[in-house]
Design a protein around this ligand. Structure first.
Ligand SMILES: *Cc1c(COP(=O)(O)O)cnc(C)c1O
Length: 433
């Protein structure tokens, strides 16, 4: 008998997040403002105070407040770790073992809930009444709408118009949580009106961020929440990797390879950073692989330099692997992976050769085929973004198997695909197929 699921009891949920800042190979370059410093001040004023503080903390472990810890349990944490036995058999793997972490089992269907709950909790404690944000694929907007409502706050979401237009069900989902949702570019902000004037009908994540920041700066008792890239977001997401470490301890195994998809870097950081600690401080050897789209291969084609986080240059500059903040990225179904730059923490680790990256073609066929194989064998429906991790893990597994190497590969399933069946239909069964 072989049990292919590793669970933790609710009381085994870690009580701390892991902060990698003190363990990095060199200090993380600080945000910079080429102007008079007003952008740095603006960011401090517009973010949730506790989250802003967490950008710079030097403690290695940060306690998760009790009430938030209870909310994590309510939201289904700890989440299971699965051995992909059926997928292994299909791929005829003898030496390679595949595992996957189930962040798809979240109330709104993605890992984003981990930071959304933390941000909404800290905001409510600080007397903030409205949380404002942007969203691209819609996962972050949904997670924040959920977390805001559960913490008694209002949410305002600026959603990239090209996606807003076709994801009607996800819009309904956000509205069920009581969120106010605007298609971006909108007419409610100056940044939006300028975008419309320039003829940017489709919108972009960078422009939606600009709109949200402007809106939040004008609305009393509001704050801006970000779903990826920043240090505090990656910090909150480390709950994924910390749980997974305990789960591997339980079965007396340890991963050789960790694979996750990467847009801004939050789910990749979430599963990787607690293991990166072992690499940096305990001499462990792990291969970390970020799986990207050729539409936004920031870690592969990007330059490591200071750049803005948004199109309208409201944010300070961060040192990141970037394609340039004004770059145009072709549309793909895995919208969550379309961001011009990777998180500063991830970028620094990449700069030190601690992270590998691969990118898949924009027709996404290879990725959706991998997702289909996963559905046929494991039965769970992954988000298009998560399917990039599955594709890369399968490719690596076959490579190691061919070379006769014993490896344990861990992949992160960052979300489910129930609201993305349209994308599956288009890619796998479109054009008469
Ligand atoms: C947002 C999202 C991503 C990409 O964002 P990261 O910050 O790189 O993790 C990946 N998968 C899902 C399901 C998402 O919602």
């Amino acid at each position: 008998m072989e049990i292919d699921r590793v669970d933790l009891e609710p009381d085994e949920l870690p009580k701390h997040w892991y902060n990698i800042l003190p363990d990095l190979p060199e200090p993380l370059p600080k945000p910079k403002d080429p102007g008079d410093g007003s952008r740095l001040k603006f960011l401090e004023e517009v973010l949730i105070p506790q989250c802003y503080k967490q950008e710079y903390l030097e403690d290695r472990y940060i306690q998760i407040p009790d009430e938030l810890w209870e909310m994590y349990i309510h939201a289904g944490r700890p989440r299971p770790l699965y051995r992909a036995l059926r997928l292994e058999r299909r791929l005829k793997l003898k030496r390679v073992k595949l595992f996957y972490k189930r962040e798809d089992l979240s109330p709104t269907g993605s890992h984003k809930v981990n930071t959304a709950l933390a941000q909404a909790y800290y905001a409510s404690k600080a007397g903030i009444e409205t949380l404002v944000t942007e969203t691209g694929a819609g996962q972050w907007g949904t997670a924040l709408s959920y977390a805001a409502r559960l913490n008694g706050l209002d949410a305002v979401v600026f959603w990239v118009r090209s996606v807003y237009n076709w994801k009607k069900d996800r819009r309904t989902f956000m509205k069920l949580y009581g969120a106010k949702v605007y298609a971006s570019p909108s007419r409610v902000t100056e940044a939006g009106r300028q975008g419309l004037k320039r003829g940017e009908k489709e919108g972009s994540l960078g422009l939606a961020i600009s709109e949200g920041l402007e809106y939040a700066s004008k609305k009393p008792n509001s704050a801006y929440a970000l779903g990826s890239v920043l240090n505090h977001v990656l910090l909150h997401q480390t709950i994924i990797g910390l749980e997974t470490k305990k789960q591997f301890e339980k079965i007396d195994m340890y991963p050789d390879v960790i694979v996750a998809c990467l847009g801004g870097g939050s789910n990749f950081g979430g599963i990787s950073l607690p293991f990166m600690h072992d690499v940096l401080k305990k001499g462990k050897r792990i291969r970390f692989v970020a799986s990207q789209s050729m539409a936004a291969p920031n870690l592969i084609k990007g330059e490591y330099r200071y750049d803005y986080g948004d199109t309208a240059e409201y944010t300070p500059m961060l040192k990141m692997y970037t394609l340039g903040h004004k770059v145009r990225m072709p549309p793909i179904k895995a919208d969550g992976l379309r961001y011009h730059a990777a998180a500063p923490i991830i970028s620094l680790l990449r700069h030190h050769n601690l992270i590998d990256a691969v990118a898949y073609p924009i027709d996404e066929m290879a990725v959706f085929e991998a997702a289909r194989l996963f559905v046929e064998t494991e039965g769970w429906l992954p988000a298009p973004e998560s399917s990039y991790a599955i594709r890369a893990a399968i490719d690596l597994a076959l490579e190691y198997e061919k070379k006769g190497q014993e490896k344990i590969i861990l992949m992160n399933i960052s979300g489910h695909g129930f609201l993305d069946l349209y994308a599956y239909r288009k890619i796998l069964y479109g054009r008469g197929r």
